[in-house]
Write a protein that binds this ligand. Structure first.
Ligand SMILES: [Zn+2]
Length: 210
């Protein structure tokens, strides 16, 4: 479905990302400041697609060692054992520990991969000038954005797990190199979401009409 509503950009209006006010920039300039909250205004974020692609590729690259390298080393009387995230999920799985095991599985494996796949889909469809499923794609972006705000839950859960294991006697836990890559994935996906301009989703539909 192609929308027939003119966009703010076609009318020469800029929307403020902070307070939502629509305003017209001073004649002769293509960028202005929000008259209400003084936020810097742009029609579209500069280099949005390029920056989002770069952050996303970096996140996808870091995602591999984050899952393959050990995130923690457990030291017990029996010796040292290094575990990856997935091994940690299996290790935590017990009649009492399964809820925590599920939280780690969701927060550390499923949510980061869903964010990467979702953003990659948005990027590819915008680059191809897709006019299909605009509503769904706008909704997908909002979902990824909301999940992104809870990204720190990942790091929190892992810290919590380490703390929990440390409560057991004769056991100590050290962070592994995988944790560093894991934190990098969290930060890079947040930057990718921030760089993406969701208004681009609607641009191909309005440019195909004119
Ligand atoms: Zn404003």
């Amino acid at each position: 479905m192609i929308t027939t509503t003119p966009t703010a950009m076609q009318e020469g209006l800029q929307s403020c990302e902070t307070c939502g006010l629509l305003s017209r920039p001073a004649p002769g300039t293509d960028q202005g400041r929000c008259p209400r909250c003084d936020e810097e205004l742009v029609f579209r974020k500069t280099g949005s697609l390029q920056r989002t692609t770069a952050y996303l590729i970096a996140a996808a690259v870091c995602y591999i060692p984050a899952n393959l390298l050990p995130v923690m080393t457990t030291i017990t009387a029996g010796g040292r054992e290094s575990d990856t995230i997935m091994q940690g999920v299996v290790l935590l799985w017990s009649p009492t520990g399964w809820p925590l095991s599920l939280i780690v599985l969701f927060a550390s494996i499923m949510i980061p991969s869903a964010k990467i796949v979702g953003l990659a889909y948005l990027l590819v469809s915008v680059r191809r000038g897709s006019v299909k499923n605009n509503m769904q794609r706008a909704r997908l972006y909002r979902t990824v954005d909301i999940i992104g705000r809870w990204s720190m839950v990942d790091v929190f859960v892992d810290t919590f797990t380490v703390a929990l294991i440390q409560l057991q006697p004769l056991m100590s836990v050290e962070p592994g190199p995988g944790l560093l890559f894991f934190a990098a994935v969290v930060v890079l996906t947040m930057m990718a979401v921030e760089s993406f301009d969701p208004r681009l989703i609607w641009d191909s539909a309005s440019s195909k009409e004119t």
